[in-house]
Design a protein around this ligand. Structure first.
Ligand SMILES: [Zn+2]
Length: 428
């Protein structure tokens, strides 16, 4: 990929106005690439919040309707390779690719230069010789064990897989982990629309989901379940957020031999239950989405570079979206297009000045420091074990260590210990 091209990313949680913003950047010089692992499927339109036919006539959309519903096993590497081609194609026409979506796992494969995704080619089976994974790893690579939390089974298993597939020690891989999040280029802009209050996001999610179900979503769900009924589809669309929550609804619908919309009260109850589950799962997912931004973006070692190219656009309500998100974003986008034209953006010394962007909030140094500190504490490269002799407790990594020294238990034990020492002194 030509790293001199300009790319815009619109990131954030579900129901945060990303799509609206992507359609309204103000200039007519860009095309949209959807970064959404569900929108790649044809015929799954409503519950995936795919751009409608009308929206697609306003702006050219890519990254949607790529696969049949029956298709399984589409992976990030395939998505990335295809998207890189698309980016080049858009840029060669003199247009700007605007990447929009909530599948941050996809976005990071473009934003960062992560090298080849060898992990996906791994044999999934591992040989543990009858041992617990943690014990096994301890034997092959004691250094790696020092850096993992014993309960972090996902990373432990991945490390074993890595060892058995490459013959290399996982502890060496940990040092390479940081390299995974190296920026591919500095020619980018990130727009991050965000609800000011998380409570309001929850209300919006519920509203949006109920709307989708009322406006054709229910029929879409029933249709998709019917179509995939005799297929395995263990990895595909039926197991994703938006559809999996309605298994029971379809089951009952089929048993009763209903023809939608001729259903009964029980169907409606099950549907309501499915909607509630979907709302809860979606809200949980928004927390993961925010966590991704904190970990990968705000916690990135090049946050000084990113901070000059990232804009958090907080808004209070749907009524203020235009004033608090769309209008400022148009101003920013316009400015960044100009900066790119004069070759300023890719410079690592480039600094965005508050003057150019009156009333637009930049990430403050305090915010960045706050995120960075937590990040460093949690960082796996800093992992080590430490014992608190007073409490006789073993802690994993600096984050746990700090938590422990702040904890009530520890402080009570310290007091007890002091009293004990005094008593001893008296006796002596
Ligand atoms: Zn202690």
């Amino acid at each position: 990929m030509n790293n001199n091209g300009f790319i815009v990313y619109i990131i954030g949680t579900k129901a945060a106005g990303k799509k609206n913003l992507s359609l309204n950047l103000g200039l007519n010089n860009y095309e949209i690439i959807s970064c959404d692992s569900m929108q790649v499927y044809k015929d799954a339109d409503i519950m995936t919040a795919k751009a409608t036919a009308i929206e697609q006539t306003i702006k050219k959309h890519h990254g949607i309707d790529l696969l049949d519903l029956e298709y399984e096993g589409f992976n990030r590497k395939q998505w990335r390779d295809m998207t890189i081609n698309k980016i080049e194609e858009i840029q060669s026409k003199g247009q700007i690719p605007v990447l929009v979506g909530g599948t941050h796992y996809y976005i990071e494969s473009i934003l960062f230069n992560q090298g080849e995704e060898t992990q996906l080619l791994y044999e999934d089976k591992i040989q543990l010789n009858g041992k617990e994974p943690f014990e096994y790893l301890k034997e092959i690579d004691p250094l790696a064990v020092e850096k993992f939390h014993p309960k972090d089974s996902r990373r432990i298993l991945n490390s074993i897989k890595y060892f058995q597939n490459t013959g290399l020690l996982p502890s060496q891989q940990i040092d390479h982990h940081q390299d995974q999040f190296k920026l591919r280029s500095y020619n980018f802009l990130i727009l991050w629309p965000k609800w000011k209050k998380h409570e309001d996001l929850k209300i919006k999610v519920a509203e949006r989901i109920n709307e989708m179900l009322d406006q054709g979503g229910t029929e879409e769900i029933l249709r998709i379940f019917k179509r995939l009924e005799n297929k395995q589809n263990k990895m595909g669309v039926l197991h994703s957020i938006g559809y999996q929550q309605f298994q029971k609804v379809y089951q009952y619908y089929k048993e009763q031999g209903f023809q939608y919309p001729n259903v009964d009260l029980k169907f409606k109850e099950l549907l309501k239950e499915g909607a509630e589950n979907l709302i809860n799962d979606t809200v949980l997912y928004t927390k993961k989405q925010i966590q991704w931004i904190k970990n990968r973006i705000l916690g990135n070692s090049k946050i000084d570079i990113i901070a000059n190219r990232l804009f958090l656009l907080e808004f209070e309500s749907a009524q203020t979206l235009n004033e608090q998100v769309i209008l400022p974003a148009q101003k920013i986008y316009n400015l960044f297009c100009q900066l790119f034209q004069v070759d300023k953006l890719g410079d690592d010394q480039f600094q965005i000045s508050q003057q150019n962007l009156e009333n637009i909030k930049l990430l403050t140094p305090e915010m960045i420091t706050k995120y960075n500190q937590t990040q460093q504490l949690k960082s796996r490269t800093n992992w080590k074990k430490q014992e608190c002799e007073i409490c006789n407790k073993l802690m994993n990594g600096p984050f746990e260590i700090e938590q422990h020294f702040k904890s009530r238990t520890h402080n009570i034990n310290v007091l007890k210990d002091e009293q004990l020492q005094k008593k001893k002194q008296k006796i002596d």
